[in-house]
Design a protein around this ligand. Structure first.
Ligand code: AP5
Ligand code: ZN
Length: 212
C-alpha cells in the first residue's frame, strides 16, 4: 500500500497515518516529523528549516524533495508507506511522481475552526511521535506523559492559534494546482475529516481498499 495523506493542519494526517501504520505495518513518513527531529538534534538541516516552520511557512521545495526522495529509498519503504504532508506544492507532486508510483492520494478535508480547536488541544510524544489531545480521544494521562514510553508530552510551538491560521491559509494557497494535477491522473480522493475518528476511519479504509 503506497498512499499519500494530504490536508490542512489539523486535518488528521498524523492521526490516521499512525492508525494505518499499526494496522498494516508500513512506515509512516511525515515530512513535519522529520524536520522536527532535525530541529531537536540541532543539525545543519534543522537550523535551516526552523525559521520556516516557526512562522508556519513552507520549507523550500528543493530541501523537502531531497529529504523525501532519500527516505523513500530506504528498505522499509519499498513494500509500502503512508506519506504524510507531502506533496504540498505542484513541484513536490511532480517530483514524487518521478520517485514512485503511488496507489492513492487522499485529501482529508477540515474546516479552519475545527483545525484550530484540534491543534490547540494536541499534545505529542517527542520519543514515539504518538499524538494525544486534551479535548478528544486518545486523551493524555493527567501527568501528560506518554502511555507507551513515559516521555513528557509536548505542545508544538506552531500550534498556537495565530500560527495555525497562517498555516491553514498557506496550505490552501498552494493546494489548488495539486488538486488539478491529481484530478487528471484520477488518484485524488476527498474524505470529510471534520467528523470523529470513529466515523472517518472506516470511510478512509474503504477508500483505500478500493484503490489498492
Ligand atoms: P506538519 O507536521 O506536516 O504539519 P501540518 O501539515 O501543519 O499538519 P499537522 O501535523 O498540524 O496536522 P495533522 O493533519 O497531522 O493533524 P493531527 O492528526 O496530528 O508540518 C509542519 C511544518 O513543516 C509545515 O508548516 C511546514 O513549515 C513544514 N513542512 C512539512 N511538510 C512540508 C512540505 N511537504 N513542504 C514544505 N514544508 C513542509 O492532529 C489533529 C489533532 O486533532 C490531534 O490531536 C487529534 O487527536 C485531534 N483530533 C480530534 N478529532 C479528530 C478527528 N476526528 N480526526 C483527526 N484528528 C482528530
Ligand atoms: Zn511515546
Amino acid at each position: 500500500m503506497k498512499i499519500v495523506l494530504i490536508g490542512a493542519p489539523g486535518a488528521g494526517k498524523g492521526t490516521y497515518a499512525q492508525i494505518l501504520r499499526e494496522k498494516y505495518c508500513i512506515p509512516h513518513i511525515s515530512t513535519g516529523d522529520i524536520f522536527r527531529e532535525e530541529i531537536a538534534r540541532d543539525t545543519e538541516l534543522g537550523r535551516v528549516v526552523k525559521s520556516y516552520i516557526e512562522k508556519g511557512l513552507l520549507v523550500p521545495d528543493e530541501i523537502v524533495i531531497e529529504v523525501v526522495s532519500k527516505r523513500l529509498k530506504q528498505p522499509d519503504a519499498l513494500r509500502g508507506f503512508i506519506l504524510d504532508g507531502f506533496p504540498r506544492t505542484l513541484e513536490q507532486a511532480k517530483a514524487l511522481d518521478k520517485i514512485v508510483d503511488v496507489d492513492a492520494v487522499v485529501h482529508l478535508v477540515v474546516s479552519e475552526e475545527v483545525a484550530v480547536r484540534r491543534l490547540s488541544g494536541r499534545r505529542i510524544c517527542p520519543v514515539c511521535n504518538r499524538v494525544y489531545n486534551i479535548y478528544y480521544e486518545p486523551k493524555p494521562r493527567e501527568d501528560e506523559k506518554c502511555d507507551y514510553d513515559g516521555a513528557q508530552l509536548i505542545k508544538r510551538p506552531d500550534d498556537e492559534p495565530e500560527v495555525v491560521r497562517n498555516r491553514y491559509r498557506v496550505f490552501y494557497e498552494t493546494f489548488k494546482p495539486i488538486i488539478e494535477y491529481y484530478r487528471v491522473s484520477n488518484k485524488l480522493i476527498e474524505v470529510d475529516s471534520n467528523k470523529s475518528i470513529k466515523e472517518v476511519f472506516p470511510v478512509l479504509e474503504e477508500v483505500l481498499r478500493r484503490n489498492k
